[in-house]
Design a protein around this ligand. Structure first.
Ligand code: BGC
Length: 734
C-alpha cells in the first residue's frame, strides 16, 4: 500500500475535521444483525445447527430469508467505519448513505471472507500451496479480488497465513500448510494478486492477513486454545509469512483469538505495536477477530467491556469487529484520559489511509454493468483458472503397479456418497458459490463419457448401505474408484478433531471392497491431512483431492484418466495413526532422533516415519535427480543438479532444496525448505537445474528476536520431497 503525499495530506485534513465521535465511528465494524421473527430464539437456532437438530441447508434457508438490520442510522450518524457483506446492491445502498448522507462523506470498508474464491471457488489453501506455483497463487488471488469488487467487497479477510503443524486443528484447511518458507511465498503471491492490480478500482482489494499470530499453535490442535512458545520459535515459524506479506505492502491484519504466552493477541502490544507496526512496518490497520475484544474478559485479562476496549486500542488494535465496544466506550475513555487522542488518531489515520488507497472516495459504488456481468454465467476464464488450480493441486500418494491412469474404455465402479456431492467440493469457508457452478466427481465422469456405475454406499457420516455395497461388489469390473473423506464442515473454524482417520464407515467400505478382490483407487476429499496408515498399506492407489473448488470433478477426471499428468505435492506431513500429531518435517533436531532402537524419540505403537512426507507427490512419469554440485559465491550457495524425466510421458516436477544448519547456537530444524522450482520435462528429457540460496537467508532468529547468521557447516539437500534427497555439505562464512 503506497500513498502519495497528496493522499496523505487529504487524510490529515479529514482527520482534523472529525469530531471525537466520528473518529470512534471509523473504528467500528458492524455486521448486519439478525432481527428475529423466528419460532425459537436465534441463539437456539445456532445450537440446533451445532448439535445436529437442524441441517446446514435448513439453517441456510432460514438465514437467507431472515430480516436483517444493516445499521443504516448508525452509518448515517458517522458511527460505522466498516460493514460485512457480499451483496453489491446492499453495499451500494449503504455506501450511498455513508458518502451522501454523513457530515464528512467517508465511504465504508466492506469486509468479507473470500478465502479461496468467492463465486469462483478454487482449491482450499492447503491444497493450492501444494502446487508450489507462485504465479498460479497470484492469479487466483487476482480473480478473487476482481470478483469481490463486483460483489461490493473491497476488503478481503485473506490471506490466512497460519503455518499449521497439527492436523487435528480444523483450520489447517485455510492456510498454506506447515512450512514457513512455502507460507511466505504463498503470502507474497496472495498480496500481489489481491492488492497490486491498481489500474482500476474494480480490480483490487485491501488484503487482511490473519490470524495474527500463532493461532495455529493452539495446544493439542484445539481451536481457540492457548499458545506458548519461545521468541525464536515465534520468529522462525509463525511470523515469517506475516513479515513477507508486510514487505509486499499488505493493508491490514486480523488479531487472532488465542493468547500468546499469556497475553491475548487482541491486546498484545508486543506483537501488534512492536513487531507488526514497528518492526514489519504495517502502514494500514489491525482489526480484531469477531468478538475478540469481548473475549478478553473471558480470558480473564479485562474486567469488563470498557476495560477490554481500552486495553485493545492501547495495544495497537485499530478496529473492533462485531462487539461495538469501541463504539460504546472509547469516546469516554479519551475524555477520561485512559486513551490518548494521539492513539485514537493513529488508529483512524490507518483506516482512512486504506480507504483512500482503495480509491473509495472517488469510486465508492459497484457499477450496475459489473453487477449484471457477475450475476450471470461465470466468465470462462474464471472456470478455466479454477480448473487449472484444481488440476495442479491434486497429489498422487500411491500408485502401485501403475494402476493409474485408468483407461476411459475400462468399466469403472464409482462409490462413496461424496462422489455425488457437488455442494461439498467447495470446502470450508466458501461463502459465495452457486450450486450450478459446482462439478462433482460423478458429474465429471459423466461429462467425460466414462463407462461407470455408481453406488453411494456411505459417506463421512451415517450408516453403510449394505445393499449398495453388495451391488458395487457384484459389478462385473474389478476397478473401483472410491471417493471418501470429510464433509466441508469437518474442517475450518471450530472443527478440530481428535480422530483424524477416515470418518464414519468409509474405511469399513474400503475394507470390504478390498476383501472382495477389487482394485480400489481411493480419491480423498478432505480439509486436513488424514491419518492414512491402513489405506497406504492396503490400497493400490490413493489420490489426494482435497476440496478442490468448483471444478473438482472435471480436474479429478482428467487426472484419473491421464489427460493431465499430476504435479501436486503435499504442503503438510500426513500421519499414519491418530496420536502422531503434531507431525512436521522441519522439527528441531533432538538428541535422540527416533529410530528402531529403544531409547529414542518415538512412540512404541506408531511408526517413526510419517505416512507421507511434506513435499511428496507422484507423477505418471518418474524423475531422477543426479550430479548435485554446490557452487558458492559472495551472494550465497547455488545447488546445481540434473533432473531427468526417465518415464514415458511428459511431466512437471516440483524440485525442492532443503538446508540444515549443522551446528548453531540454538537447536535448528533437521531440514528446512529453502527454495523450489516447477520444472517441466518431455519424456527422456533432462535439464540442469540451479536453485540459489542467498547467504542472508541462511540465518535464523534467536531468542531475542534478532536475526543471526552463524559461520559453520551446512547440509544442502535436493529432491522431489522432504525425505528422498541428494545431499552435500558446505562450510559457510558470513
Ligand atoms: C474467523 C475469521 C473471520 C471472521 C469474520 C471469525 O470467526 O476467525 O477468520 O475472518 O470470523 O467472518
Amino acid at each position: 500500500m503506497k500513498l502519495t503525499d497528496k493522499q496523505k495530506q487529504f487524510v490529515e485534513e479529514l482527520l482534523n475535521k472529525m469530531t471525537l465521535e466520528e473518529k470512534v465511528g471509523q473504528l467500528n465494524q458492524d455486521s448486519p444483525s439478525i432481527v428475529g421473527g423466528f419460532d425459537v430464539p436465534f441463539e437456539e437456532l445456532i445450537e440446533m445447527v451445532t448439535d445436529g437438530r437442524m441441517s446446514q441447508e435448513e439453517f441456510g434457508k432460514i438465514m437467507a430469508t431472515a430480516e436483517r438490520d444493516f445499521h443504516e442510522d448508525d452509518i448515517r450518524a458517522g458511527m460505522v467505519g466498516s460493514v460485512m457483506g457480499n451483496d453489491p446492491i446492499k453495499a451500494n445502498e449503504l455506501q450511498k448513505i455513508a458518502v451522501e448522507e454523513t457530515r464528512l462523506g467517508i465511504p465504508l470498508l466492506m469486509g468479507f471472507d473470500v478465502i479461496h474464491g468467492l463465486r469462483s471457488v478454487y482449491p482450499i489453501a492447503i491444497a493450492e500451496a501444494g502446487t508450489f506455483d507462485d504465479d498460479l497463487m497470484e492469479r487466483t488471488a487476482k480473480m478473487a479480488a476482481k470478483e469481490s469488487r463486483a460483489y461490493g467487497i473491497n476488503w478481503n479477510f485473506a490471506p490466512m497465513l497460519d503455518v499449521a503443524r497439527d492436523s487435528r486443528w480444523g483450520r489447517v484447511s485455510e492456510g498454506p500448510g506447515e512450512d514457513p518458507f512455502l507460507g511466505s511465498r504463498f503470502a507474497r503471491a496472495k498480496i500481489k494478486g489481491l492488492q497490486n492490480n491498481t489500474e482500476s478500482t474494480a480490480d483490487y482489494v485491501a488484503a487482511c492477513t490473519k490470524h495474527y499470530v500463532a493461532y495455529s499453535a493452539c495446544e493439542a490442535g484445539r481451536d481457540y486454545n492457548t499458545t506458548s512458545m519461545s521468541t525464536s520459535q515465534l520468529y522462525n515459524v509463525y511470523l515469517p509469512a506475516f513479515k513477507a506479506a508486510m514487505e509486499e505492502g499488505a493493508c491490514s491484519a486480523m488479531a487472532s483469538f488465542n493468547d500468546l504466552n499469556g497475553v491475548p493477541c487482541t491486546v498484545n502490544s508486543y506483537t501488534l505495536r512492536d513487531i507488526l507496526k514497528g518492526e514489519f512496518g504495517l502502514e494500514g490497520f489491525v482489526v480484531s477477530d469477531a468478538n475478540g475484544i469481548r473475549e478478553c474478559v473471558t480470558h480473564g485479562i479485562a474486567e469488563d467491556d470498557a476495560d477490554a476496549g481500552i486495553k485493545a486500542i492501547n495495544a495497537g488494535l485499530d478496529m473492533d469487529m462485531g462487539t461495538r465496544i469501541f463504539y460504546n466506550h472509547i469516546a469516554q475513555a479519551v475524555k477520561d484520559g485512559k486513551v490518548s487522542m494521539e492513539t485514537l488518531d493513529d488508529a483512524v489515520r490507518r483506516i482512512l489511509r486504506v480507504k483512500v488507497w482503495l480509491g473509495l472516495f472517488e469510486n465508492p459504488y459497484v457499477p450496475q454493468e459489473v453487477i449484471d456481468m457477475y450475476s450471470k454465467v461465470l466468465p470462462k476464464e474464471h472456470v478455466d483458472l479454477c480448473e487449472e488450480a484444481a488440476e495442479k493441486s491434486i497429489v498422487i500418494l500411491k500408485n502401485e503397479g501403475s494402476l493409474l491412469p485408468l483407461k476411459k474404455t475400462s468399466k469403472i465402479t464409482l462409490v462413496g456418497e461424496l462422489a455425488d456431492r457437488a455442494d461439498e467440493v467447495v470446502g470450508a469457508w466458501s461463502l459465495g458459490w452457486e450450486a450450478s457452478d459446482c462439478v462433482s466427481v460423478k458429474a465429471g465422469f459423466e461429462a467425460a463419457g466414462v463407462d461407470f456405475e455408481y453406488y453411494p454406499v456411505c459417506g463421512p457420516e451415517g450408516d453403510l448401505n449394505a445393499d449398495e455395497l453388495k451391488a458395487a461388489i457384484e459389478t462385473e469390473t474389478d476397478i473401483v474408484v472410491a471417493v471418501v473423506g470429510e464433509y466441508k464442515s469437518m474442517s475450518g473454524e471450530a472443527s478440530s478433531k481428535a480422530d483424524i482417520t477416515l470418518p464414519g464407515h468409509q474405511q469399513e467400505m474400503l475394507k470390504k471392497l478390498v476383501a472382495a478382490g477389487k482394485k480400489v483407487v481411493a480419491v480423498l476429499m478432505n480439509g486436513r491431512p488424514l491419518a492414512l496408515g491402513w489405506e497406504s498399506e492396503q490400497l493400490p492407489a490413493i489420490v489426494e483431492g482435497w476440496h478442490l473448488g468448483i471444478q473438482m470433478g472435471t480436474a479429478l477426471t482428467k487426472v484419473l484418466f491421464g489427460e493431465v499428468n499430476p504435479s501436486g505435492k503435499l504442503s503438510s506431513t500426513f500421519s499414519s495413526v491418530n496420536g502422531q500429531e503434531p507431525l512436521y518435517y522441519n522439527h528441531p533436531a533432538t538428541g535422540r532422533p527416533g529410530s528402531k532402537s529403544k531409547f529414542t524419540s518415538k512412540y512404541l505403537d506408531a511408526p517413526v516415519e510419517p505416512c507421507f512426507p511434506f513435499g511428496y507427490g507422484l507423477s505418471y512419469t518418474t524423475f531422477e535427480y543426479s550430479n548435485l554440485k554446490l557452487e558458492e559465491d559472495s551472494e550465497g550457495i547455488a545447488a546445481v543438479f540434473t533432473l531427468k524425466n526417465i518415464g514415458d510421458v511428459a511431466g512437471t516436477e516440483v524440485a525442492q532444496i532443503y538446508m540444515q544448519d549443522v551446528t548453531a547456537s540454538l537447536v535448528r530444524p533437521v531440514k528446512e525448505l529453502k527454495g523450489y522450482e516447477r520444472v517441466t520435462l518431455a519424456a527422456g528429457e533432462s535439464k540442469e537445474v540451479r536453485i540459489a540460496l542467498r547467504k542472508c537467508d541462511m540465518g535464523f532468529y534467536d531468542n531475542q528476536g534478532k536475526y543471526v547468521c552463524e559461520d559453520g557447516l551446512f547440509r544442502i539437500y535436493v529432491g522431489g520431497n522432504s525425505r528422498d534427497l541428494l545431499k552435500d555439505e558446505v562450510r559457510v562464512k558470513f
